[in-house]
Structures are given as structure tokens and as C-alpha cells.
Design a binder for this molecule. Structure first.
Ligand SMILES: [Zn+2]
Length: 197
């Protein structure tokens, strides 16, 4: 079983989903998944593109190893009070950015305003171009990556979205990173079709 955290801001949807792989052991801390990559890709390709396009975050959650479970404290992780303070500071940065404008948070930035709020440098554009080609990302998916990268930058109190922030945001789209690679022709058809929408 593969545990995932999926989150969609616009549908107010955040939950843990379980996606079994054909052998059932993917994501397990000690058992080994024996599914061949093409078999796994075929399995995951049943998830529809429009569904994936609506999800902001897709994160694989590793099953808890016994040692972690048995340990008395929760490990060196950041306490929830510290996390809350960072999130509130990032929200405050967003409020200042959008003062008087329609979006209240980065997740609500309209596609046409994205480049204004998430200016990209050359290395960032190159990274996104590579990810789009490699994983067959749709235009909507790339927009979501930009909004998430903007939020990661806000959490770090950085004024600009860096290639590192974009890379982390791409990482949070694990279901698309596992999709079978499409032929360039198929991608061209799909992106061409979306350009007018
Ligand atoms: Zn498996």
C-alpha cells in the first residue's frame, strides 16, 4: 500500500489516500516493492489528468518504521507551535503582497497574475521546462507548481521564487512524476489543446 497526502485548496480537500501498487508493498519501510516501473506506471496512469490537475500537493508518506514508532519522543522534528508561527508569518507576507487585491492566499492567484507574483529567473524556467518535458506536466499543473513554490519562498521569507523552491514544488507532485512518459507528439497535442482554453 502506498500512502499519500493529497491536498486541493480550491476543493477544500486534504486527506490521506492509499493507493495500492500491484504487489502491495510500495512505500513499506522494510518490504520491497517488486513492481516493474512500467507496471507501476500503467497502474498509476488510471488516475485521470483532470483529477491530478486539481490537486495542489501529492506527497508520498513512508510507512512508519518500527524503530521510530518505538522511540519515546517524536524525534528532532519541528514542534507544532514553531510550524504554526512560520505558517502565520507566511500568511502575513501574502496579505501584504495582495493588499486590496482579490486573492487572499497564493493558492488563489489567477493564472494571468502568476508571473507577476512569481517572477521566474532563467534557471527556474529551465528547471520547469525540463520537468514539463520529463513528466508531461499540463499547463494547469505548472501553474500549481508556481503557486506552491511561491508559498515555499514565503515560508522561508524569500522575496523571489528560486529554482530550489520550484524543484521542491515539483517534488510535491509525486503522482505525475510516476506517470508513464508520453511521446513528444502526444504532449504537443495536449499542450496545444490547452493553450486556447
Ligand atoms: Zn509494488
Amino acid at each position: 500500500m502506498l500512502d499519500l497526502l493529497v491536498f486541493s485548496h480550491e476543493s477544500g480537500y486534504g486527506k490521506k489516500a492509499t493507493l495500492p501498487c500491484p504487489c502491495g508493498w510500495r512505500g513499506h519501510p522494510t518490504k520491497e516493492c517488486v513492481c516493474a516501473p512500467p507496471a507501476l506506471a500503467r497502474y498509476l496512469s488510471r488516475l485521470s489528468r483532470p483529477l491530478l490537475d486539481r490537486i495542489d500537493l501529492q506527497v508520498e508518506v513512508a510507512a512508519l518504521p518500527f524503530e521510530r514508532w518505538a522511540a519515546e519522543d517524536g524525534g528532532p522534528e519541528e514542534g507544532s507551535a514553531a510550524v504554526r508561527a512560520r505558517v502565520e508569518a507566511a500568511r502575513e507576507r501574502q496579505r501584504r503582497r495582495f493588499q486590496g487585491e482579490a486573492p487572499a492566499v497564493n493558492a488563489d492567484i489567477a493564472a494571468r497574475d502568476l508571473r507577476r507574483h512569481c517572477a521566474l529567473r532563467g534557471d527556474g524556467i529551465k528547471l520547469l521546462a525540463q520537468a514539463a518535458r520529463r513528466f508531461g506536466l499540463s499547463a494547469r499543473s505548472l501553474d500549481r507548481i508556481l503557486r506552491v513554490a511561491r508559498t515555499i519562498a514565503d515560508l522561508e521569507d524569500r522575496p523571489d521564487v528560486s529554482a530550489g523552491h520550484l524543484s521542491e514544488a515539483v517534488h510535491y507532485r509525486c503522482l505525475e512524476r510516476w506517470q508513464p512518459r508520453e511521446s513528444r507528439a502526444a504532449q504537443a497535442v495536449r499542450h496545444g489543446g490547452e493553450a486556447g482554453s
